[in-house]
Write a protein that binds this ligand. Structure first.
Ligand SMILES: N[C@@H](CCC(=O)N[C@@H](CSC=O)C(=O)NCC(=O)O)C(=O)O
Length: 275
């Protein structure tokens, strides 16, 4: 593992590391924010999953989360959104291939040889973080859009592994919307039954743990009606008694200006669960 960036930030350090990922079979980068508290004690970790087209850079440069992580003593880990490199399959479209890993394990060629973001985020990255940094095994998870889908599905599929979960503008029902149908057909094949294992609305029905979900959604989000459809999450949570706080934010769009405006609330939510 090699450190490729190192910046002082709010009394701690915003770093970027590069390493050879076993699950993904390629070199990967992730951002890690180390709050000032880790000089003395180990800190819990919030994993952030970014959306389509993002790398590890978007969150660490645009979300302004470091101020709150320093306040609460939380390590932030922000991985890239897919495997990368010349030997990795790709597509010209922004919503498939590199930059669009959808936090699943692909079963279909040519994607299946590298697109294992689920294994990377759930197992490989936490093992690396907890063995290489002053991190405890208390974990929370959050994300945006495709990354909100990743955070919600990963928390629902791994009861007990995360202390809290939240999302900004998540894709809550990928089996029902264009982004998800396109990606899941490519990565998982034509049978929609195989897609349900990575669909939040489907997973809510059989969740083993009713971990409260915090979601913020912009009212002027350009993807709201077609791709995100938070009403489907609300209906599923109501029907199955799953605790949900869905904050509708009039006037906000899908951008990091929206995330930046409410990231402090999400950090406070996770800090309470992680303490
Ligand atoms: N039309 C855009 C679509 C890409 C986009 O909006 N990406 C979002 C996430 S969308 C869902 O996962 C994003 O986070 N972009 C990066 C940013 O810094 O804003 C395009 O073609 O790029």
């Amino acid at each position: 593992m090699e450190r490729v960036e190192h910046h002082a930030s709010f009394g701690g350090w915003q770093d970027v590391y590069q390493h050879d990922s076993i699950s993904l079979g390629c070199s990967m980068r992730f951002g890690v924010y180390l709050p000032p508290q880790v000089e003395d004690v180990k800190a819990p970790v919030l994993y952030w999953l970014s959306g389509l087209t993002c790398t590890e850079q978007n969150f660490i440069t645009k979300a302004s989360a470091q101020r709150f992580a320093a306040e609460h003593g939380i390590i932030l880990v922000a991985p890239d959104t897919s495997p990368r490199g010349e030997g990795v399959a790709d597509d010209e479209a922004y919503d498939l291939g590199q930059g669009a890993g959808f936090y699943l394990n692909a079963s279909q060629a040519p994607w299946s040889s590298h697109f294992k973001m689920y294994d990377y985020v759930v197992d490989e990255l936490p093992a690396l973080i907890e063995s290489s940094f002053p991190a405890t095994d208390r974990r929370s998870i959050s994300g945006h859009s495709m990354g909100g889908h990743g955070a919600l599905t990963i928390a629902l599929k791994n009861p007990g592994r995360y202390k809290s979960v939240s999302a900004f503008s998540p894709i809550v029902a990928p089996t029902q919307v264009p982004w998800g149908k396109k990606a899941f057909t490519a990565y998982l094949g034509n049978d929609p039954e195989n897609w349900k294992q990575y669909d939040t609305v489907e997973l809510i029905k059989t969740a083993q743990e009713r971990l409260p979900i915090l979601v913020d959604q912009g009212g002027d989000d350009e993807f709201l009606a077609v791709q995100l459809r938070p009403n489907l999450l609300k209906a599923a949570c109501d029907e199955h008694g799953h605790p949900l706080t869905l904050n509708q934010r009039p006037g906000y769009d899908h951008s990091y200006y929206f995330i930046e405006s409410f990231i402090g609330n999400h950090l406070a939510h996770h800090a309470e669960a992680l303490s």
